[in-house]
Design a protein around this ligand. Sequence first.
Ligand code: F6R
Length: 261
Amino acid sequence: MEILIYQTYEELSKASAQVVADLINSKPNAVLGLATGSTPLGLYQELIRMHKEEGLDFSHVSTFNLDEYVGLSPDHPQSYHYFMHENLFKDINIEPQNVHVPSGTTSNYHAFCQWYEQRIEQCGGIDIQVLGVGSDGHIAFNEPSSSLGSRTRIKTLSEQTIDDNARFFEKKEQVPIYAITMGVGTVLEARKLILLANGTSKAQAIADAIEKPVSSMCTASALQLHPDSIFFLDTQAAGKLKMLDYYQWIQAKKPGAPPSS
Ligand code: F6R
């Protein structure tokens, strides 16, 4: 695991966007796994800037989103389809047929989940998966007690997640209770994972994910099992890490480190 700590949200957004842009520049038909929520907004803004100012080309890129609320149609303002369109897709040159977001309104969730997994495979697997983390330690909507081998399926959201996400809705009662989400096992198959976290509300989840044993009670801890994962944190989200000085030492010494490949 690589742990990178930045003074500001803007810096962590730019640094994580650079990793995504480097991939697209070296592999124009890259497959990206994407997340919604507040955390990746800065990364998406930076990708849009790179597209407009530097010609970053998404015309051969494919994307797979982590999750969607059950019951919300793509045109619902709180749906993740709508979020992705508004916050990224409408401002880059991605082909609509290359965009995949789980369906919140399919008539057969089981079949849809199987199809989604197959479609990821058909596209060659995910090159980089962007992740946020819930204050309860979830990645995608894999709430505490989700199997670390889980696949795309329906999950019941935890009360903590419903409370956290109520800020996007007029009333807490409007937050859907169920979501369709990639599993932890699905996420772990991506070739690279980048998890972004900012703010004090994420500090405990980050400390649990990085410094506690791997556990289904904090599904972000599953990143410990992945050979190529990077945490992009601001100083607040990194605030409860016991080994903070060591991670900052490694980061500072990185430019002089012997090349690993
Ligand atoms: C969203 C997702 C969630 C969020 C997490 C953090 O697609 O999969 O795991 O990343 O709930 O949300 P924010 O960024 O809003 O704090």
